[in-house]
Ligand binder design. Sequence first.
Ligand SMILES: Cc1cc2nc3c(=O)[nH]c(=O)nc-3n(C[C@H](O)[C@H](O)[C@H](O)COP(=O)(O)OP(=O)(O)OC[C@H]3O[C@@H](n4cnc5c(N)ncnc54)[C@H](O)[C@@H]3O)c2cc1C
Length: 334
Amino acid sequence: MSEQTHIIIAGAGLAGLFTAYALTGRGVKVRVVDPLPPGSGASRAAAGMLAPCYEAVLERPEAGDPLLKACLAARTAWEEVAGPLAEEAGMEIGYDPRPSLARAAADAPAGWLDSVSEYLDELGLPYAPAGEEEMLELPLDGQVDNRAVITALVHLLEARGVDFHRGDLKGVIGGIIVDARGWQGPGASPVKGTAVSLAPHVGLPDRVVRFGNRYLAPKAGRVVLGAVSQAGISDTRVSEEDVQALLGDAAKLYPAVRETEVLERWSGVRPRAQDGLPILGWARTNRYLIGGYFRNGVLLAPLMGQWAASHILDGALPPEAIPFSPDRLSLSAT
Ligand SMILES: Cc1cc2nc3c(=O)[nH]c(=O)nc-3n(C[C@H](O)[C@H](O)[C@H](O)COP(=O)(O)OP(=O)(O)OC[C@H]3O[C@@H](n4cnc5c(N)ncnc54)[C@H](O)[C@@H]3O)c2cc1C
């Protein structure tokens, strides 16, 4: 395929933006269409954790699981992309490779942390004991500021000549369309997530801490506390009950949560395929699907964007990406 091809990307979340980044890096002309301003969806709602290990702890995949392998490869991709992206955009993106910490939630069963280290041993994933409070340090898990990444990508892509158009695919005829519409894309269903941010305060952690299904992720000027998850829900109204559940769980370990100000509360909608794996590949000759990133979209987006670009331009897809083909899904007409 000629690199002068004009490609239209539907969806200006991190899936679409990183695909645009990879395509324009190869000299392809790109137009991005979205009815909302770039990064209005799940990508803005995320906490920005790059967490192949703790996400595995939550989901317990077996060694060799395709998503786990992709998440580990995606972590390396972030290591490579963070510097050049920030440099080209001329902006900070809050990339923070310091290891995250894992600790038992207040209501965790006795021996929970031991079960985590046993599981990580089984999979050969690295960790180290940390602190006096029985924590594990996860050297592969870091974070980035996802909102800063969106701002940097939009700035950089505009400078590369990408045309951002406020609208949808109506009226688009012919050409290649990359469908990156998040939970509204083919094969994806919604999983609502709710989080809050807190004003930085003495007694709150200074790096990412995971405890059970919750986390505190300190960023410049705010500490993100998440997340409540609800499958099948796409309504982004924030429930006070969910906010109180988050604050209550975190305050049991970090009482400072009750002493500081809640700066913002929000809900976003994660895109999940029926088997929980990402979606990457051709749906039909001119429609390429990229999405289904579910809980790991910030982590996966740079790698998946690179994979999509080389698949579209060179017809080449690495074997690790084959399990993510849309062929495995029963898609209605796309
Ligand atoms: C509370 C929460 C916390 C999270 N934390 C993390 C985390 O710490 N780490 C991590 O890796 N992941 C995290 N995630 C998951 C991550 O946010 C998602 O996997 C990722 O953002 C999905 O990116 P996306 O671009 O596919 O979707 P989105 O960001 O939702 O983008 C889809 C875009 O498509 C647009 N669109 C919709 N319809 C159309 C149309 N017809 N035409 C054109 N455009 C359209 C939408 O307006 C939107 O801008 C979290 C998610 C939530 C909700």
